[in-house]
Design a protein around this ligand. Structure first.
Ligand code: ZN
Length: 164
């Protein structure tokens, strides 16, 4: 298990557009494994490579015990809308109110370079959108409706806040 350091807002690497992955080798597998370890260690539901300072188009998402490793992911379909709180491991101690599609289908490659198509709903759809935004240098604070402050959180919303 290897943990990587998560960079935070203000670091200019978070604002760069990441490059497509072209080599499917042990180095990529290690990066993805380290990202899974780092996401879990920080109780995250998703993590994109730029958040660990690597400007490659890949991310990991884990929602309800389903783990996704997505390389060169692209949203190919989306449906519906959800509006709710969203947090980011790279934007510590903050939350925003962000609208996202309710359902998202993503085409990507796996760690071996094989094409996969996955569909996520709810938090999983939110995570796919959030992580793909990271690959384009976009943070949720750029697109949020408004900031959510701790005192505004009601009981049902104030419990677990997933960080992406
Ligand atoms: Zn994030």
């Amino acid at each position: 298990m290897a943990l990587r350091k998560i960079i935070t807002i203000g670091n200019e690497k978070l604002r760069k557009v990441s490059k497509p992955v072209t080599k499917f080798n042990a180095r990529l597998e290690t990066l993805l494994d380290d990202m899974v370890d780092t996401m879990r260690e920080n109780n995250g539901a998703g993590l994109a490579a730029p958040q660990v300072g690597v400007l490659k188009r890949c991310c990991v998402v884990e929602v309800e015990d389903k783990l996704y490793r997505l390389v060169n992911p692209e949203i190919i379909a989306s449906e519906g809308e959800q509006a709710g709180s969203e947090g980011c491991l790279s934007v510590p101690e903050r939350l925003g109110f962000v609208k996202r599609p309710m359902m998202v289908t993503v085409k990507a490659l796996d760690a071996k370079g094989e094409e996969i198509v996955v569909t996520g709903e709810g938090l999983c759809a939110r995570a796919f959108c959030h992580e793909i935004d990271h690959l384009n240098g976009v943070l949720y604070v750029d697109i949020m409706d408004h900031e959510i402050f701790a005192e505004d959180l009601d009981a049902e919303d104030g419990g677990e806040q997933e960080q992406l």
